[in-house]
Design a protein around this ligand. Structure first.
Ligand SMILES: CCCC/C=C\CC(=O)SCCNC(=O)CCNC(=O)[C@H](O)C(C)(C)COP(=O)(O)OP(=O)(O)OC[C@H]1O[C@@H](n2cnc3c(N)ncnc32)[C@H](O)[C@@H]1OP(=O)(O)O
Length: 358
């Protein structure tokens, strides 16, 4: 069960009882309140000298296109975490009794027969942490079983995703290499397997630039809509890494081996329009109208018979499944070896010490 309007109103009342919250807390509460009640930030950035209004604007704006429903839930959870002693004993704590997985950085909402899974870490360009991979698996499993007709995957803020969070590799340097690399390979294999097995139409709404695994996974989606501001970049070899997400199989199949090699081996960054000409992206929309056009279209599609769409997808995809699982297993085996290489360690170190940006 998601937070109701009543839960939200009660959280607003309880928030007033907080004794002198610090300024970060106030800003977070302000931003979530505005997002929950008015939606994404829709006012111009204040003048440079107006420091307080600029900070408030920045906090609200950083929530990107987080849906109102998710902001309401985050507000209620945040107030609950600040006021545990004020919770009535009969009231369930945050997360209790919810049928959807809750996660700070992977937000799941359902409306008009469409379930949306949104990467929600805009300040880090939606880089994917190990926890987020786990949350994506949970979200996809829940979406596969809920009563929605279509599932949409998208990002919050200006990026779709900057791919794997490179700090995931920091633990490689500090712990038991064999064990950590094995766990990471298992996580990667599980998340990709979950995309391969997803039973309903899966649509990517690529709202901005996409990097690494967020690009390679596109080959496993049924439809990919992109903003004309989006670019697609798989810089694996400059990171000492190799392709994943089944792209070593899906990309040559979709765009031909030569174009696939330019992206996956040489790390060529392409625009959404180029990706569309090569078949990886289904259609490109002007950034200005992207959200409106995509959601209008998806709401129409979601009126089709859900079972017929699901069965249609099985017919299109089932003959490939076994092959895709085998490709995924092999990519993870090779990838694990690469993560332990000097090349990969040096590239990650270079990013973390801020010498390198794409
Ligand atoms: C389980 C293992 C699975 C392995 C699978 C997949 C492999 C891949 O996905 S490889 C691709 C990895 N991604 C990258 O190499 C991208 C790295 N990021 C960048 O080059 C730039 O940040 C980017 C071009 C995306 C954006 O540049 P800017 O517009 O200049 O923004 P900033 O660089 O200032 O970024 C803002 C903020 O976000 C942090 N960030 C961005 N991307 C990542 C990332 N992938 N990992 C970790 N952190 C990331 C960046 O460090 C900034 O943080 P602050 O400095 O704290 O503000």
């Amino acid at each position: 069960m998601r937070a109701s309007q009543e839960d939200f109103d009660s959280a607003v009342d309880r928030m007033k009882l907080l004794e002198d919250p610090d300024s970060d807390t106030k800003l977070k509460l302000y931003a979530l309140y505005k997002q929950a009640t008015e939606g994404p930030c829709n006012v111009p950035r204040p003048e440079v000298l107006d420091i307080i209004r600029k900070a408030k604007w920045g906090a609200w704006n950083a929530l990107g296109s987080l849906p109102k429903e998710a902001a309401r839930q985050n507000y209620v959870d945040f107030v609950s975490s600040l006021t545990p002693s004020l919770e009535s004993s009969s009231q369930a704590g945050p997360g209790a009794g919810r049928s959807l997985p809750e996660s700070e950085h992977v937000v799941m909402t359902s409306e008009d027969s469409i379930t949306t899974i949104m990467l929600n870490r805009p300040a880090k360009k939606n880089a994917i942490t190990i926890q987020m991979y786990q949350d994506i698996i949970l979200a996809l499993k829940a979406a596969g079983k809920d009563n929605s007709a279509i599932t949409v995957f998208t990002g919050s803020g200006d990026y779709y995703s900057s791919g794997n969070d490179l700090t995931n590799f920091v633990s490689f340097a500090s712990g038991d290499l064999e064990k950590i690399s094995e766990e990471s390979a298992n996580t990667l294999r599980n998340v990709v397997d979950t995309f391969i097995d997803f039973p309903k139409p899966l649509v990517a709404a690529v709202n901005g630039p996409a990097v690494g695994i967020s690009v390679t996974l596109l080959g496993l989606f049924d439809t990919v809509y992109a903003s004309d501001r989006a670019t697609l970049h798989t810089p694996f070899t400059s990171l000492g890494q190799t392709p994943e997400g089944c792209s070593s199989y899906t990309f040559p199949k979709i765009m031909g081996p030569a174009k696939a090699a330019e992206m996956l081996i040489f790390g060529k960054k392409i625009t959404a329009r180029e990706a569309c000409a090569q078949g990886l992206v289904t259609e490109v929309f002007p950034d200005r109208t992207f959200q409106r056009e995509v959601w209008t279209r998806l709401r129409e599609y979601a009126k089709n018979s859900p079972n017929a769409m699901r069965i249609g997808k099985q017919l299109l995809r089932s003959s490939e499944k076994e092959k895709l699982h085998a490709v995924n297993a092999e990519e993870c085996r090779v990838g694990r070896e690469r993560w332990l290489s000097e090349e990969c360690a040096a590239a990650v170190q270079s990013f973390l010490s801020r010498k390198a940006r794409l």
